[in-house]
Ligand binder design. Structure first.
Ligand code: ADP
Ligand code: MG
Length: 206
């Protein structure tokens, strides 16, 4: 069956404080100006500021529905909805990929915002798959709190090893690659180039 509207998947990603939520709100408001029906979702896990709102670090806010899991988005979808916006999408389970694909197949424009990397600078949850299936990807930067350069990583300030540690300005800072530091125990020492080459050659010969 051909759809009346063609769906799409947009992803806005970057570190904390990069303006992902602001950008999601900006896109949602423009869709609303165009009189399109919008539904906004966020994982219920993230109730840092408000239960039923998506709020940016610059205090912009928009009403949102909190959902426990990705299937709840399909359960709550209204027939008239043309645009679905999902914030903090990195917190959803892998099934979010199927849900987003189904929404786009139904003709919805799906706007997703989430962290590309976790605090250890590793890809966050379903983000690699989501970025691969997206029609459009926007990577945005914050400002490095040390030097002011474009920040691409989220520096955790506490020593906690929890994968998810919700927090505000006191828990994380935006950092550029150079000023981002892992815990000493996890730090990979930068080897002299000669040593790096010898290791690479050893790998080849195996
Ligand atoms: P995200 O959703 O990516 O965490 P938000 O949209 O909530 O980001 O917030 C972006 C806003 O955060 C910026 O417009 C700015 O006002 C504020 N901000 C605070 N610290 C920084 C920083 N280090 N770099 C950039 N913006 C920052
Ligand atoms: Mg945000």
């Amino acid at each position: 069956m051909m759809q009346q509207f063609s769906g799409s998947v947009e992803v806005v990603c970057g570190p904390m404080f990069s303006g992902k939520t602001e950008e999601l709100i900006r896109r949602v408001k423009r869709a609303q100006i165009a009189k399109q029906r919008v539904q906004i979702f966020k994982p219920s896990l993230d109730n840092r500021y408000a239960e039923e709102e998506v709020v940016s670090h610059s205090a912009q806010a928009i009403r949102a529905e909190s959902v426990d899991g990705s299937v709840d988005i399909l359960i709550r979808l209204k027939d008239s909805t043309r645009v679905v916006a999902i914030d903090e999408i990195q917190f959803f389970d892998e099934n979010i990929i199927t849900v987003v694909t189904k929404l786009a197949a139904r003709g919805c424009r799906v706007i997703c915002a989430g962290l590309d990397l976790d605090y250890r600078a590793q890809p966050f949850g379903p983000m690699p798959q989501l970025l691969a299936i997206a029609d459009e990807v926007t990577k945005i930067h914050a400002v490095c709190t040390v030097c002011g350069a474009p920040a691409v990583r989220s520096q955790r300030l506490s020593k906690s090893k929890e994968h998810i540690l919700l927090g505000e300005k006191d828990a994380y800072e935006a950092r550029c690659r150079g000023h981002y530091q892992l815990d000493e125990s996890e730090e990979q020492a930068l080897l002299p180039l000669e040593v790096e080459k010898r290791l690479a050659n050893e790998q080849l010969s195996h």
